[in-house]
Ligand binder design. Structure first.
Ligand code: SAH
Length: 249
């Protein structure tokens, strides 16, 4: 017998940006597992399900519960905000798959895509990623800072438009400033930048600013930061990275 565990990206917020496929799959489930904040965002609509959460830093445990429930014969989904394969649980679930494979009960995994914060945030702030772009997380919880620094430098040098995830937290309140100082070797102070807080949730806040101003902005862990490339402009207070079309053709 094969049982499938779905690893579902919920999109950025309260569900209005969840895909039709993701919603249909979640409706079918017996058990939905995720970080409590995401289960809360799912709201009443799924209150008939068995909802299980584990705290932050208990991600391995969260994945193991998925497998254990699936082996009990339950229809199980793991939910992640945005997309489950972008700083989400999809890869860890695959890394654990072999441990739970046995010939009698085979488990399959399926990743169900969701709108990641870079994409939903980009739509809020204009069109900052409308050319080649990079996504970089400033969290050094699972990545050594030296590697993050190297990627920031390389992305800035190569003139990518950049979306920064995890730009700050209580313990890492100065990380955005630190990142800006590193990139300032290649990015001029007037470069259009910005950020979006609480995308798709209550308290959405959109700010367009210069690279110099960005350095001193106070952002939190529910913020996605955008840094334009050398062609990015501000139009109608939105951040726009041209694709390159000629307007007079
Ligand atoms: N899997 C998620 C990303 C998880 S990493 C996704 O695909 O979107 C967590 C980081 O994502 C946050 O620190 C923030 O930078 C960004 N993020 C996630 N949800 C967000 C939201 N609703 N508003 C703004 N930024 C968000």
């Amino acid at each position: 017998m094969t049982n499938c565990i779905y690893i579902v990206g919920m999109g950025p917020g309260k569900g209005t940006k969840m895909t039709i496929e993701a919603r249909a799959i979640l409706k079918e489930m017996d058990t939905i597992i995720g970080y409590q904040v995401y289960l809360d965002l799912l709201g009443e609509e799924y209150s008939d399900k068995e909802l299980i959460s584990t705290p932050m830093k208990k991600e391995v445990e969260r994945c193991r519960i998925c497998y254990e429930k699936a082996l009990e014969g339950k229809k199980v989904a793991m939910v992640c905000s945005g997309d489950a394969g972008i700083y989400g649980m999809a890869s860890l679930m695959y890394e654990l798959l072999q441990e739970y494979s046995n010939p009698n009960k085979k488990i399959k995994l399926r990743v169900v895509p969701g709108i990641t914060a870079a994409i939903s945030g980009a739509a809020e702030i204009g069109a900052p990623l409308n050319h080649d772009f990079c996504v970089i997380s400033l969290s050094d919880l699972l990545t050594p800072w030296e590697k993050i620094e190297k990627r920031l430098k390389a992305a800035a040098y190569a003139d990518f438009a950049i979306a920064l995830y995890n730009p700050s937290s209580k313990k890492r309140s100065h990380y955005l400033e630190k990142a800006c100082i590193i990139m300032s070797e290649y990015i001029e102070n007037t470069r259009p930048c910005g950020y979006v807080k609480n995308i798709g949730r209550e308290g959405t806040e959109i700010k367009v600013c210069s690279f110099e101003e960005l350095k001193n902005e106070k952002v939190d862990m529910f913020t996605t930061v955008f840094i334009g490339n050398s062609c990015t402009k501000i139009i109608d207070n939105k951040l726009i990275t041209p694709r390159g079309y000629k307007k007079n053709e």
